[in-house]
Design a protein around this ligand. Structure first.
Ligand code: PEP
Ligand code: MN
Length: 337
């Protein structure tokens, strides 16, 4: 349920509605808007009569939200969500590029990549310190040492950081080191992890599960938001299909329905989406055209010797060329880069 306050509602009236929601054993989520405040309710709202709230002073109306995902739904929040960060903003009218090596491999790699990206106007670097690998014998990431490298590069260069959290155990350490907490495809339905990042203060980049429907993906976002962290960025990274010409099938057709049903920004990861470096630029440009709010790509100075995912990683020259193409295309589509 969504309670829409009158534009003239006072903070005292908002507090009174919040208290009434709590008295019913439900959780209030205050959603300030450009002209008026709305208050979302989560919990078992089925048994609650909207009339209880409609009679309270300052309330304009109480609306039932029909979708199972409530806080993620456009019914609850009409405007697009904007994620402001110190180094970049993700949301409408912009197209934000996040790039970097699959893994933190060394301090030099991260510094060199950050310097290259900043010289090209890219202000967010992604690199995994903890890596979810299919084989237990593959490189698992540098762990806490990798987080220290990310912290140092942020301090020295000012670049924003995106890195993955795999276990609740490391939530505090990852939150401290990063600007956006990535949740990987394999953890999209790791509900303990989703609840934990719901308590974090940093935005969460939620990759789509490799076999998740749009509704399952939005329900995963709902887990994070229900915990009080409303800053969720969806990331399409390809799903499993029968095809054998690419690692995954990058489902750009999910963007329009996701934008219709949900107000959260979406970025696209064509590196994992295709699994082949040669196909990344075309799908990156297609993501921009399809209405994505940003891109997350794997970039490395020497991809053929990368510790992970080198086959789908662009080198610096290829990245620079793609960025030039995107910078030319973005304004045609009304987007700023
Ligand atoms: C990654 O971003 O390097 C990664 C492991 O992604 P995914 O969870 O999409 O496989
Ligand atoms: Mn990777």
């Amino acid at each position: 349920m969504l309670i829409v306050m009158q534009s003239s509602a006072t903070s005292g009236e908002i507090d009174q509605v919040v208290a009434a929601i709590r008295e019913h054993g439900l959780t209030p989520h205050v959603l300030p808007g450009a002209t008026r405040t709305a208050i979302g309710l989560t919990g078992n709202t089925a048994a609650v009569d909207a009339g209880h709230f409609e009679v309270l002073p300052g309330v304009a109306e109480a609306i039932r939200v029909t979708k199972p995902y409530k806080l993620a739904s456009r019914e609850m929040h009409r405007d697009d969500t904007i994620i402001p960060m110190p180094m970049a903003t993700i949301g409408p009218k912009t197209f934000t590029v996040v790039a970097g090596p699959c893994s933190v491999e060394s301090e030099k790699l991260i510094f060199d990549t950050a310097e290259f990206l900043l010289s090209k106007g890219v202000r967010m670097l992604r690199a995994g310190a903890f890596k979810p690998r299919t084989s237990p014998y593959s490189f698992q990431g540098m762990g806490l040492e990798g987080l220290q490298i990310l912290k140092r590069v942020r301090e020295k260069t000012g670049i924003g950081i995106v890195t993955e959290l795999m276990d609740t155990e490391y939530a505090e350490a990852v939150e401290e080191a990063t600007d956006i907490i990535q949740i990987g495809t394999r953890n999209m339905q790791n509900f303990s992890l989703l609840k934990r990042v719901g308590k974090c203060r940093k935005p969460v980049l939620l990759k789509r599960g490799m076999s998740a429907t749009l509704e399952e993906w939005l329900m995963a976002a709902e887990y994070v938001m229900a915990g009080g962290n409303y800053q969720v960025i969806l990331c399409e990274r390809g799903v499993r299909t029968f095809n054998d010409h690419s690692r995954n099938t990058l489902d750009l057709s999910v963007i329009p329905p996701a934008k219709t049903l949900c107000h959260l920004p979406i970025v696209v990861d064509p590196s994992h989406g295709t699994g082949k470096r040669a196909y990344v630029p075309a799908m990156a440009l297609a993501s921009l055209a399809a209405g994505a709010d940003g891109l997350m790509i794997e970039v490395h100075p020497d991809p053929d010797h990368a510790a992970s995912d080198g086959q789908q990683t662009l080198n610096f020259d290829q990245t620079a060329k793609l960025l030039d193409q995107m910078k030319a295309l973005a304004p045609v589509l009304g987007r700023q880069m």
